[in-house]
Write a protein that binds this ligand. Structure first.
Ligand code: HEM
Length: 329
């Protein structure tokens, strides 16, 4: 009896070993992947100190990095493709023309190349830097796995990002392709708790042409805020096109918190897609829940950023570790 149990255990071990061999070719992301790999330097600490110094003099870096992580990971995965310079690369696609923060990624890469050449990927730097900026801006502190490799592909024609006028259903369908649920869609848009846009993005869709009707303002917009936008921030003249509109209340526009959802409840969402999350009954419930509970938002936002950071990554021997982030080796 005992030996039969022994035999069973041995067979299980063999089966597990075979399984490990079969899947062993595809290396996985790991926590602290770079530990002990950078000539005595702590890679994550180096990234953090450079992000911290930048955040101290330019707090909007948190918005730049969050948007960068999204535009990076949603196009062929988190693979550094967005960072490549040159004609026809991802960076040149219209939605990416206003992405900022590339210089910070380049600075971190340069410092890490000095300490350990050819070790740390640009895609990992993007994810680590975003993580650090989010925590500095009052958001959650979270762990991320590393070990991403950089892809040798970057094409503007691959860039398919969502439109600012999407309905909630369209946004949900878009994120479903990235493996995200409706709940995760609402969480991801919570990134609009920081940063800004320009009047040109909301003038037609919300202030002066809602629903395709000339002169119509979105009836879901709080009339007080609509009047401020129309009178002072985005008057109906071309020269207001480039004026700044904060995506969250100005006092909260550099803070990662759930105030974005509270604003949606009051009709103070800025982009049409933001306010549409409250217009639609199915996503409204999620907005209400996140608006009530900042702790819940913080913990779930961390989870969804981690999930976004692991979309379609290259690992092991795939891709390359670039020497500089804006060029293939
Ligand atoms: C349906 C989904 C989304 C749409 C349609 C959308 C659209 C936009 C638009 C139109 C802007 C303004 C850009 C400009 O005026 O230059 C913007 C800004 C921003 N987006 Fe999104 N976005 C979406 C999802 C996300 C996600 C998932 C994240 C991050 C996880 C994100 C992070 C940001 C941030 C932080 C800004 C402010 C950037 C800055 O201040 O420079 N967005 N987004």
């Amino acid at each position: 009896m005992a030996s039969a149990r022994h035999m069973g255990a041995a067979a299980l071990m063999v089966a597990l070993a075979v399984l490990a061999l079969a899947t062993g070719g595809s290396a996985k992301l790991q926590h602290e992947f770079y530990k002990g790999k950078c000539n005595g330097s702590d890679v994550e600490a180096v990234v953090k100190s450079i992000v911290k110094a930048r955040f101290a003099r330019e707090a909007p870096i948190v918005a730049y990095l969050l948007r960068m992580q999204f535009h990076e990971c949603a196009v062929n995965g988190c693979d550094g493709g967005l960072l490549i310079d040159g004609p026809g690369t991802e960076k040149t696609a219209p939605p990416n023309l206003s992405v900022k923060g590339y210089d910070l990624i380049a600075a971190i890469k340069a410092e890490l190349e000095r300490r350990c050449p050819g070790v740390v990927s640009c895609s990992d730097i993007e994810i680590l830097a975003t993580r650090d900026a989010v925590a500095l801006a009052g958001g959650p502190a979270y762990k991320v796995r590393t070990g991403r490799r950089d892809r040798r592909r970057s094409r503007a024609s691959d860039v398919k990002l969502p439109g600012s006028e999407y309905t909630a259903a369209q946004a949900i369908a878009y994120y479903a392709k990235l493996g995200m649920s409706a709940y995760e869609t609402v969480l991801l848009l919570g990134a609009h708790t920081v940063g800004a846009t320009q009047c040109r993005v909301i003038k037609n869709s919300r202030l002066y042409g809602y629903g395709g009707k000339m002169g119509a303002t979105d009836p879901a917009m709080d009339p007080t805020i609509a009047s401020v936008y129309k009178k002072s921030v985005c008057p109906n003249v071309t020269k207001s096109d480039g004026n700044t509109v904060y995506l969250d209340d100005q006092w909260s526009a550099l803070k990662v918190d759930n105030n974005y959802y509270k604003n949606l409840q009051r009709g103070r969402g800025v982009l049409l897609v933001d306010q549409n999350l409250y217009r639609d009954g199915s996503t409204r419930k999620i907005v209400d829940q996140l608006a009530r509970n900042d702790g819940l938002f913080q913990s779930m936002f961390a989870k969804v950023l981690v999930k976004l950071s692991e979309v379609n990554v290259l690992t092991g021997k795939q891709g390359e570790i670039r020497k500089v982030c804006n060029k293939f080796n």
